[in-house]
Write a protein that binds this ligand. Structure first.
Ligand code: C5P
Length: 229
C-alpha cells in the first residue's frame, strides 16, 4: 500500500528530454526507488501484441493491464532491466515500434485507470523518483518536487538516435524524427492525462545541458525543498 508521507519527485516530459537518465541518476544518488512508468505502458502493449490482442480492443487491453506479469530489476552490469512473464524484454521495449504501441494504448482512459494503482504502489520508503508524462499531474499530484524536462525536437531525435545506435539498432535519423513528432503529437493532444507540466512544476529546457548539469540542477532544487542534505 502506498503511503502519502513518503516523498516523491516527479520528472515528466517528452521522449528524449533526458528524464529517463536524470530520474535514474537521481534515484541512485538519493537511494530512493525509481518508477519508469513508460516501461509499464510499453509492457502492457507488448503483452497485448504477444497474446494477439488487437490494440483497439479496449476490454482485452484492460484485462492485459490488470493481469500484467511484470517485474523490474538490474542486469549484472547494473543496467535497468524489465521482465515480462520472467523474460528479460528490455531490448525489445526500447524500439520506437514499442514506444508507438505504448502511446496508442496510453491514449485509452480505461487502460490508464487500470495501471494507476500499480504505479502508485512504487511509492515506498525512503522515497520515489517517478518518470513519465503525467506523474506530477495525475499519478502523484502531491509530489514534493515536480520537474518538467523539455528539449528541442532536433536535440531529442539526436539523443534517441545515439542511444539506439549504441544499442545496435539500425535506424535512420529522419524516420526517428518523424516517429518522435507523431508520438509527441498524440501524447500532447489526447483527452486524458495529456503530456503537460503540472502547474507547480519547474520547467527545465535541457537542450543545451549536459547530463551532469541536469543532475546538479535537480539536486539543487531537491535541496531547496529539504529533500536532500
Ligand atoms: O517514456 P516512454 O517513451 O517509455 O513512454 C512510452 C509511451 O507511453 C509514451 O509515448 C506515452 O504515450 C506513454 N506514457 C504515458 N504516461 C506515462 C508514461 C508513458 O502515457 N506516465
Amino acid at each position: 500500500m502506498h503511503n502519502d508521507s513518503i516523498p516523491v519527485i516527479t520528472i515528466d516530459g517528452p521522449g528524449g528530454s533526458g528524464k529517463g537518465t536524470l530520474s535514474r541518476l537521481l534515484a541512485k544518488r538519493l537511494g530512493w526507488h525509481w518508477l519508469d512508468s513508460g516501461a509499464i505502458y510499453r509492457l502492457t502493449a507488448q503483452a497485448a501484441l504477444r497474446n494477439g490482442v488487437d490494440l483497439g480492443d479496449i476490454p482485452a487491453l484492460v484485462q492485459q493491464a490488470r493481469t500484467l506479469d511484470a517485474s523490474f530489476g538490474e542486469s549484472a552490469d547494473g543496467e535497468a532491466s524489465v521482465f515480462l512473464q520472467g523474460e528479460d524484454v528490455t531490448a525489445q521495449l526500447r524500439t520506437e515500434e514499442a514506444g508507438e504501441a505504448a502511446s496508442r494504448i496510453a491514449a485509452c482512459p480505461e487502460v490508464r485507470d487500470a495501471l494507476l494503482q500499480r504505479q502508485r504502489d512504487f511509492r515506498q520508503a525512503p522515497g520515489l523518483v517517478a518518470d513519465g508524462r503525467d506523474m506530477g499531474t495525475v499519478v502523484f499530484p502531491d509530489a514534493a518536487l515536480k520537474l518538467f524536462l523539455t528539449a528541442s525536437i532536433e536535440e531529442r531525435a539526436e539523443r534517441r538516435y545515439k542511444q539506439l545506435k549504441a544499442q545496435g539498432f539500425d535506424i535512420s535519423i529522419d524516420a526517428l524524427f518523424r516517429e518522435i513528432s507523431a508520438r509527441d503529437e498524440r501524447d500532447m493532444n489526447r483527452s486524458v492525462s495529456p503530456l503537460r507540466p503540472a502547474e507547480d512544476a519547474v520547467i527545465i529546457d535541457s537542450s543545451a545541458m549536459s547530463i551532469d548539469e541536469m543532475r546538479q540542477r535537480a539536486l539543487d532544487l531537491a535541496r531547496e525543498k529539504g529533500l536532500v542534505a
